[in-house]
Design a protein around this ligand. Structure first.
Ligand code: GLN
Length: 245
């Protein structure tokens, strides 16, 4: 099975290292982790990680390199995990971008506020509960506890409704980690939120607003490797020659 990491901008090197460690921890002997910069390299992957960085910049380079449409195709069927800028890039709709919006892969039914927690100086770390059902199996294979360290860097957040019924109506999106805010945050035009989602899953798409690749915890990477494995079955589906990282 070959997992690619989009390597045109942002923190891809840390993801590569964590994916390899997760592969070892899960005894995934056939796991290959490769850098992806072209449509050809993308097409040789079974699954993809889109790292954090700067989402408008990442989108612009993808557009210039004719990668936007191949990414949309890829993300419509194969497992993908977007962290931070990667989460923004995968969202169907964005709040907080300049007029004219920004280019998106747009395959996930979420609304993301781009710099929800503020500027770079408002970056922070916090401890969050490990999402039970998703991590039961991972916790038995990879050392970890009831909590994980969530690192937020100029981080986005998924805007949820405060209305539970509306939330249930959101189709297939599952909010995996929810952050309750100390006080309600204003989104402008009279809209406030008292909690936001910072990790979510929709079928084969996983997104996190935080950066597990910047901690020593490899369980989120293990979760994604397992998601990719479940999707691929025993062997990777995709064959082709790419340079192994
Ligand atoms: N908020 C940033 C953006 O708009 C993402 C920050 C990050 O990836 N650490 O792209």
């Amino acid at each position: 099975m070959r997992v690619g990491v989009l390597a045109i901008q942002g923190g891809f090197a840390e993801h590569i290292s964590h994916l390899k460690k997760a592969g070892v921890a899960l005894a995934e002997k056939e796991l290959e982790v490769v850098e992806v910069r072209t449509a050809e390299e993308l097409d040789c992957c079974d699954a993809l990680v889109i790292p954090g960085g700067e989402s408008t910049c990442m989108a612009h380079i993808c557009k210039t390199n004719d990668l936007l449409e191949p990414l949309r195709d890829f993300c419509s069927t194969r497992p993908v995990w977007g962290t931070c800028a990667g989460m923004i890039f995968l969202a169907k709709s964005i709040q907080g971008s300049k007029e004219g919006g920004q280019l998106l892969i747009g395959n996930m039914d979420i609304t993301v506020n781009r710099n929800f927690f503020g500027n770079q100086v408002h970056s922070f770390e916090t401890s969050m509960a490990t999402p039970g059902s998703h991590f039961d199996e991972i916790n038995s294979k990879v050392h970890g506890g009831d909590t994980f360290r969530a690192v937020f860097i100029r981080a986005p957040a998924i805007i949820m409704s405060d209305n539970e019924e509306q939330e249930k109506g959101k189709g297939e999106v599952e909010y995996i980690s929810i952050l309750r805010l100390d006080e309600p945050a204003s989104l402008g035009e009279g809209q406030t939120v008292s909690r936001v989602a910072v990790a979510a899953k929709q079928n084969h798409i996983l997104v996190t607003a935080f950066h597990p690749e910047l901690t020593s915890d490899i369980r989120w990477h293990a979760l994604f490797v397992q998601m990719a494995r479940d999707h691929c079955g025993a062997g990777g589906k995709v064959q082709g020659a790419v340079k192994e990282f």
